[in-house]
Design a protein around this ligand. Sequence first.
Ligand code: C5P
Length: 326
Amino acid sequence: MSHLRAVPSGSSGPERRGSAASVRVEAPGKVNLYLSCGVPGADGYHPLVTVFQAVRLIERVTARRQSQERAGRITISLEEPDARIPVDGSNLAVRAAALLAERAGVAEGVDLLVRKRVPVAGGMAGGSADAAATLLACNTLWETGLDSEELMVLGAELGADVPFPLAGFTALGHGRGDSLSPLMTRGRYTWVFALAKWGLSTPHVFKRFDEMAAAGKLPTDPAVPVPAPEALTAALRAGDARRLADCLHNDLQPAALSLRPELECVIEAAQGAGALRAIVSGSGPTVAALVPESGAATVARALEALPGVAGTVRADAPVAGARVVR
Ligand code: C5P
């Protein structure tokens, strides 16, 4: 529980905004179909060109109004407690609620309840989806009236991956990956994700990318990110999973593999069991296998037999961005 804002002494509690007792929002995790990374700028961030796809692994955030006596704090709890996830002011969802409250001049607090379905520390933006869901939930609860564009701008302040779960579906990202334009797609894609027993830290993977780039150990020269190939956007427009498989690409994969060489076996096992293609998802360590719909169970079984794999989850894509469900 975090205590970000104290109720002013002698007050009967801050002014209430809005009337709903609670608002529930769902937001999706993501897979990067394409990720090209350049050398970092002065701010330490890497310029990216990426293609995000929202997958049906859905985070759920319920923002609940507090009783008048304890109003003014932002707290978070998890439906299923998980030691890897902080439940204090460092949680990105708490920071999202605090940022919106500060910008919109809201003094009352909120109790956040989170149900997680995106693998934790897996390179699938689960924490970012929680932050995105929290922005929409609190904006609705407090009736602060920001439009989706404004929520995305706030989201980008919290993290490069926060705007995309607000948008959902399939989108091209540039800048830090936070400047989005939607991409037209047809059809549905089936993914099997292999979850690793241990997480990988995103900053560590970017750092290893820099070390490998400086040592000339990357297959391409990463001065600037390379635009997504026309073949990829054409495959998406055609709804052709096989052609899409040929275009999947992740510049961070060599860095993730150098930190976790066992992921190479996961990729090979997925492809050996019938996946159209398998790549490291984002900064990893989750491996994302694009599969023919009828082949998902076979690929999942093959991956679950590997010693480094904690489990698999299957998800179809693309799905919508954050939305209020109650
Ligand atoms: O933006 P976010 O907090 O999600 O990023 C986590 C870390 O990943 C950053 O602190 C930075 O080290 C790295 N990163 C990067 N370039 C990007 C996005 C993230 O170097 N475009």
